[in-house]
Design a binder for this molecule. Structure first.
Ligand code: G6P
Length: 593
């Protein structure tokens, strides 16, 4: 169980706990901070048990401490929970009124106490089988919000019950025991076989049996899936960090995205008929939203389709102006991001066709969208996404090329133009430039504020580069359209403030150079990131340092530049001694609103 939790450590957490059944009793072990604190717990070393539930918590309700850590216990019920019970205050008031007491500040303890309350009530009135299943389902029908629960009962200590709504949960099956986990990567070293639970389904699990029930408590046959990811793919394989390993996996991952498109290996591309859509609405969070901005650039500039990009957490609370000819595109590495999932559901409800661009096979968004195109980047463990983002950008490139084809727009973009045969070598050479990135990182590592500027698609790269840097190095940085900086923010530029300018577009190059000069005139230390075709134009009077990357097509330029920016962020964070794969306060998969 501790191993399973360790495999999910990358998702970010601030406390951990497990409950195990031993000699007919349920024992609880919890610790604040890293899993190692829990592992070192002396009494835990002596436990012999084959049934338990464990959890790493990323605090939402209540500070990260031992009391608020899961599992929680209330009467007969012990439980771990991912998600948020939104009406927990209401339920807590109800339970307090009934004399129930609470130890923690969490919504989870309320859920635990509520299930216990319903179970005890039912026990007094009914004397039938399946009372626990009934109690859990009844309690869940009163919960608002999201949950994936692993539940144990004191009076049946060798059984685990599991159910979910909106938060991910899988049931792993093996000859040596059965598992529940929020992600297959937790248990890959024990089994590749798993079932996905749907809303209002509940699993009853013991070491040798798994039974899944629907809400009418009928047993149901669930499809058994076989994971395509292997346990070794989830290891560092000699790299210092997962982030570095994943950056190095990009040449192959990007080539594979193009290969699937050019060699017609993914029929889902042709399921999207762009000639039918008058506009595209892309919705995503974080880096996936940044990849979406590149998607917008490509759809508008090459396929002439008006495209908007919305941040998923804003989407459901604004007016969605969808028409029957709007294509809604949801982009998500994990396929489980709560806000992106909500955006998908609203768009479907309103009748739009939905396309999902997803990495995690079988994830909720992938299953619920009308059409899903997988990026097949493989498992991404570092919290800061790298190959997740670049494979999304490459997928948008393929979709834009297909849109041009379907709309009979003259397109020069073909296999040759996209440098299909060379893209892996180009990216490998970009990654090999490590000394250049170290040089820049050395300059950045002791600074407090850094600005990224660029125009057009270069600005989209600035946004991702800036996010990468602040995520893992904790240096404040901001991305600005190069021409916008002087409308206020340039007041923050002081002697030595680093300004990183991305300039790769021919039509915009000179304009960006003028903007770099404006910052240099105010004392900025300017770093130009451009492509080899502009090398001859470089003089030290506008850029203190310059980095020239291989010139390639617009479709790949973003991937090339962002790969360099990922490595600059990586080297900077390394110099600052940061926990690169698990940056503080962040979570890999944000399954709460
Ligand atoms: C979190 C991660 C980001 C990611 C975002 C969206 O904030 O830390 O790296 O870009 O979620 O995640 P998704 O899985 O939907 O792409």
């Amino acid at each position: 169980m501790l191993n399973g939790l360790k495999n999910l450590e990358y998702r970010g957490y601030d406390s951990a706990g497990i409950a195990v059944s031993e000699n007919g009793a349920i024992k609880l072990y919890k610790r604040q901070g890293k899993l190692a604190n829990l592992e070192n717990e002396a009494s835990l070393q002596k436990v012999t048990s084959n049934t338990g539930i464990g959890h790493t918590r990323w605090a939402t309700h209540g500070i990260p401490n031992e009391t608020n850590a899961h599992p929680h216990i209330s009467g007969n019920v012990t439980l771990v929970h991912n998600g948020i019970i939104e009406n927990y205050n209401e339920l807590k008031a109800f339970l307090l009124d009934k004399g129930v007491t609470f130890n923690s500040q969490t919504d989870t303890e309320v859920a635990c106490a509520y299930i216990n309350y319903i179970y005890e009530e039912m026990k007094q009135h009914f004397n039938e089988e399946n009372l626990k299943l009934k109690a859990i389902l009844k309690a869940c029908s009163d919960f608002r919000g999201s949950y994936a629960f692993g539940i144990m009962f004191k009076d049946e200590p060798n059984t685990i019950y599991a159910t979910r709504k909106d938060s991910p949960l899988i049931v792993g099956l093996s000859d040596d025991g059965n598992f529940i986990a929020s992600d297959i990567s937790a248990i890959l070293e024990y089994t590749k076989r798993y079932m996905l639970l749907d809303y209002m389904e509940i699993a009853k699990i013991s070491t040798d049996t798994v039974t899944v029930y629907n809400e009418k408590l009928e047993t149901i046959d669930k499809k058994i899936n076989e994971a395509t990811w292997s346990a070794t793919e989830c290891k560092k394989n000699g790299y210092d960090h997962f982030m570095l390993k994943e950056i190095n996996e990009q040449p192959i991952a990007i080539k594979d995205v193009y290969k699937r498109y050019f060699e017609n290996q993914d029929e889902n591309y042709d399921k999207v008929d762009f000639s039918k859509y008058t506009n595209i609405n892309i919705v995503a969070c974080g880096s996936a939203m940044h990849a979406s901005l590149v998607g917008k650039y490509l759809f508008e500039n090459y396929a002439n389709i008006p495209t908007t990009v919305d941040i998923a957490s804003e989407y459901r609370y604004k007016k969605q102006l969808l028409t029957p000819t709007t294509l809604v595109v949801i982009v998500s590495q994990s396929g489980e991001t709560a806000d992106s999932l909500a955006a998908l559901r609203i768009s479907k409800e309103k009748g739009a066709t939905t396309l999902a661009i997803i990495n995690a096979v079988g994830s909720t968004i992938a299953r619920e969208a009308d059409i899903t195109i997988y990026t097949h980047a493989g498992p991404e463990i570092a919290v800061a996404t790298t190959k997740g983002y670049t494979t999304q950008v490459a997928t948008f490139g393929c979709l834009a090329m297909n849109a041009m084809k379907q709309k009979n727009i003259q397109t020069e973009f073909n296999k040759e133009k996209i440098e299909f045969d060379k893209i892996d070598k180009i990216l490998t050479s970009v990654i090999a430039n490590i000394e250049e990135y170290r040089k820049i990182a050395k300059y950045l590592s002791d600074k407090n504020d850094i600005f990224f500027i660029g125009r057009g698609n270069d600005y989209n790269m600035c946004m991702e580069g800036s996010l990468k840097l602040k995520e893992i190095s904790y240096i404040h940085s901001e991305a600005y359209p190069a021409g916008e900086l002087k409308h206020g923010t340039i007041s923050l530029v002081e002697e030595g403030t680093p300004v990183i300018a991305i300039a790769t577009e021919k039509e915009l190059y000179e304009k960006t150079v003028s903007n770099i000069k404006e910052t240099k005139a105010r004392g900025a230390f300017t770093i130009l990131i451009s492509t080899e075709e502009f090398k001859d134009t470089y003089t030290e009077d506008f850029a203190d340092i310059a980095l020239f990357l291989p010139t390639t097509t617009t479709f790949n330029e973003g991937i090339v530049v962002v790969t360099a920016l990922q490595l600059i962020a990586y080297e900077t964070a390394k110099l600052r001694g940061c926990d690169i794969d698990k940056p503080k306060n962040l979570a890999k998969s944000v399954t709460v609103e």
